[in-house]
Write a protein that binds this ligand. Structure first.
Ligand code: URA
Length: 238
């Protein structure tokens, strides 16, 4: 549910200010009833402005293989490339969660707020699989520490299926694959920093079962209806 004037403005009919005036003038109805300023509605309500029905916004769902050097934000004061610039659409889509500026890999972008809430909510334990290159040799004990959980800012960050895939002696770097089930910002970097292995490179290979194997860096594809339905089904009832 959002403020009516916001829904009207976002549908492109008029500005938010003019939408407020129209509501005050009684020229907006919601489900057949004259609307009042301040009320909330949903895009699925029947909203009529000046006699014209607002079109329901079509939902779009994309899986992007995020390249390095792109920021997951609505705007950037430093003028860096935004994640939404990676996708050619006229819809107001947003990323589900965030990847850091220098992190690559799987990220969903959509204008479906309900699905975004499902995928971002920790209760739903959405799986994120990362492949990470870190400084130093990650030992068995440290692998266990990651799996038992590490307290970061008073919160226990826990990794699953931690596998040290290789250790390169010459560069003194370890390559680790691990799964996380929450979406805390900088979680992987903070976890490895806590065990004194700063992250050198980070890639998210899988998000909610969607892999970027078939996508080159910067490429994207639309999700199928079947995939969207599967993502909705990840919601756990409380
Ligand atoms: N964890 C991080 O530290 N960075 C990301 O981009 C994603 C998860």
């Amino acid at each position: 549910m959002e403020r009516l004037q916001k829904i009207i403005a976002e549908s492109g009919v008029t500005s938010r200010r003019k939408a407020e005036d129209l509501i005050k003038e009684g020229k907006v109805t919601v489900n057949g009833r004259v609307a009042t300023l301040g009320e909330k509605a949903s895009i699925s309500d029947e909203i009529i402005v000046n006699g014209k029905r607002l079109a329901k916004e079509d939902k779009e769902y994309y899986l992007l293989n995020k390249p390095r050097g792109v920021i997951c934000s609505k705007e950037d004061k430093e003028g860096r490339k935004l994640i939404t610039d990676c996708i050619a659409t006229d819809k107001r889509i947003y990323p589900v969660g965030r990847l850091d500026y220098d992190t690559t890999g799987a990220i969903i972008l959509t204008n479906d707020g309900e699905l975004t809430n499902i995928l971002e909510h920790p209760r739903n334990s959405i799986e994120r699989i990362y492949y990470v290159k870190v400084c130093g040799l990650v030992t068995k004990e440290e692998k266990l520490m990651l799996e038992r959980g590490i307290i970061i800012d008073g919160h226990k960050a826990k990794a699953f299926n931690v596998k040290v895939k290789k250790y390169d002696k010459d560069s003194n770097k370890s390559y680790v694959r691990l799964t996380l089930k929450e979406g805390k910002n900088h979680e992987v970097k903070n976890m490895f920093m806590a065990i004194k292995h700063p992250v050198d490179k980070l890639k998210r290979e899988v998000f909610a079962g969607l892999t970027i194997n078939d996508l080159k860096s910067g490429d994207y594809r639309k999700l199928t209806i079947k995939e969207v339905k599967r993502l909705y089904a990840l919601k756990k009832e409380d």
